[in-house]
Design a protein around this ligand. Structure first.
Ligand code: BG6
Length: 507
């Protein structure tokens, strides 16, 4: 970008949440709470965006005092906050932090939880308003929801309109369990109170997809089968499963990443313009995209899906050596797949999705590759290089957008070379954006649902994912491929392309 626009930092600050609130985090001492939620809350507190009347109640099985729990969060915030915490602000926030031990099967523990919340309301002026956050593995949701309902904390008939619930992904473990979860929730809470979180939707670069597409008239007309050759969505991580082996080994990359993050990205890049940017309009367009993707038959899955697992590399554990992972685990840590969006705009354009752990580098991007012009003027005889035009949405790290095109190399010969025009978030805006969880927690506190997934999106995503899982259960279909740590996944992932010209883009 040659010109930079200067913005005042204040112009980015949103309005604070006003409604009093106790944030009740189930899984309150878990990895998500420590790495993401607590640092996000601290940063919201530093920006003065939390409600004046606010408290946090961490809930987990282990017995702990408030003091011990505050110590855990203090250390977590120091380690994971995007800004070094200021002691005075951090201690003020921790003063509003409490802890309650709870065994989900014990009725008495739920009664004690309800009582504790009444005490907290009295102490912090939170007036019975609760944001219940399920930050546990999905297998625990049913027990927690039953307990919440049993003690009257989630019950619309009992006038619990002041209660909202945030549910982490994956929402369920398959289509039937997600439907059951939706059914239960719908019996106890209004849809407007249910926040299905997909933290990718809280990323600035992901929110920018719709702005870029629908606010810039020069690009949108190009995004269809008339001009696009293929779309690639990559979410690659260099890290392994780390300490999350227990959760991951029963989940795998398809359910952990594809069912939610990657399919949401696909929706945002493929959807038709909504009539408005309000919740029903945006959700309706996303659902239309998912409905245009057919479930895969076993034969299609065999051709269109590759699953892999990382094996030990130099000084790196193989997946099966990771803590919490079964020694003979068949869980996939990598998936590559091809999907077709069968509607007027996209029919014939393959969408390639890939995600994995312990890959060569951490990068999330969407690459739209355009069809090549027929080489009438600049044929290979005159130029030694032709490359297709590409639009690259760089989601992380170093978010931005690039356009790849050919330019004449300086000199007397007609030589074409691929070049790139880059927009870079950091260089163009002088303010670091908030972390995804900051934005999503703030929205949930304020009652804004636009960046949360709807029941139908979740249902349709599971339909697609379940069809792939069903194919995997048939022996011989989509065998699990090994790949070395630090590679781009199993080499077989290149076999899903529909033509020889296509290759995985890692720019
Ligand atoms: C989570 C997955 O939803 O997203 C993790 O459960 C993954 O396995 C993480 O590592 C990636 O998120 P981010 O924001 O770090 O790219």
């Amino acid at each position: 970008m040659s010109e930079q626009t200067e913005y005042q930092a204040e112009s980015y600050l949103p309005e604070p949440a006003e409604r009093p609130c106790v944030l009740v985090v189930f899984g309150g001492a878990g990895a998500l709470a420590q790495r993401k939620l607590a640092p996000a809350l601290y940063n919201l507190a530093q920006d003065r965006l939390l409600p004046r009347a606010f408290a946090l109640l961490g809930v987990a099985r282990t017995a702990r005092t408030d003091r011990e729990y505050r110590g855990i969060l203090r250390a977590a915030i120091h380690e994971h906050s995007r800004r070094p915490p200021r002691t005075d602000l951090l201690e003020r926030l921790l003063g509003a932090v409490h802890y309650q031990a709870l065994r989900p099967g014990q009725r008495a523990d739920w009664t004690a939880l309800a009582e504790r919340l009444r005490e907290i309301d009295a102490r912090h002026g939170t007036a019975g308003c609760r944001l219940l956050y399920l930050a546990t593995p999905p297998q625990a949701y049913a027990g927690i929801l039953a307990g919440l309902h049993g003690c009257g904390l989630a019950d619309k008939d009992a006038g619990q309109s002041a209660t909202r619930i945030v549910i982490e992904k994956p929402f369920g473990t398959d289509r039937p369990s997600a439907a059951e979860l939706n059914r239960r929730l719908a019996g106890w809470l209004d849809e407007e109170a249910i926040y299905r979180i997909d933290h990718f939707l809280g990323k600035e670069t992901v929110q920018n997809l719709l702005v870029f597409r629908f606010s810039n008239a020069i690009f949108e007309p190009l995004l269809s089968n008339r001009h696009v050759h293929d779309v690639q969505i990559t979410v690659a991580e260099d890290a392994g499963v780390g300490e999350r082996g227990n959760y991951y080994d029963t989940t795998g990359a398809l359910r952990d990443m594809v069912q939610n993050h990657l399919l949401q990205l696909l929706c945002l890049v493929a959807m038709d313009p909504p009539q408005g940017m309000d919740l029903p309009c945006v959700r309706a367009q996303k659902v239309k995209v998912l409905r245009a993707i057919a479930s895969l038959t076993a034969e299609e899955a065999a051709r269109q899906v590759v699953r892999g697992q990382y094996k030990a590399g130099e000084a790196m554990n193989g997946y099966r050596d990771e803590p919490g992972v079964a020694a003979d685990s068949q869980t996939e840590t990598f998936v590559a797949l091809r999907l077709d969006v069968r509607n007027a705009r996209w029919a014939g354009v393959p969408f390639y999705l890939r995600t994995g752990k312990r890959l060569a580098r951490r990068v999330s991007q969407i690459v739209v590759t355009f069809k090549r012009e027929k080489p009438l003027l600049f044929s290979p005889e005159h130029c030694d290089w032709r490359s297709p035009n590409r639009l690259i949405f760089r989601l992380q790290p170093a978010g931005g957008i690039s356009i790849a095109f050919d330019a004449k190399a300086p000199g007397p010969r007609l030589l074409l070379r691929p070049v790139r025009m880059d927009f870079d978030y950091e260089r163009s805006f002088d303010v670091p954006g908030p972390e995804a969880y900051e934005r999503l927690l703030l929205d949930a506190l304020k009652g804004q649902m636009c960046l949360f997934a709807g029941a139908h999106e979740v249902d349709e995503s599971w339909r697609i994912v379940d069809s792939i899982r069903a194919a995997w259960e048939q022996p011989g279909t989509c065998p699990l491929r090994e790949y070395p740590c630090g590679s781009w996944g199993p080499y077989q992932a290149a076999a899903i392309f529909t033509d020889q010209e296509t290759s995985w883009q890692t720019t």
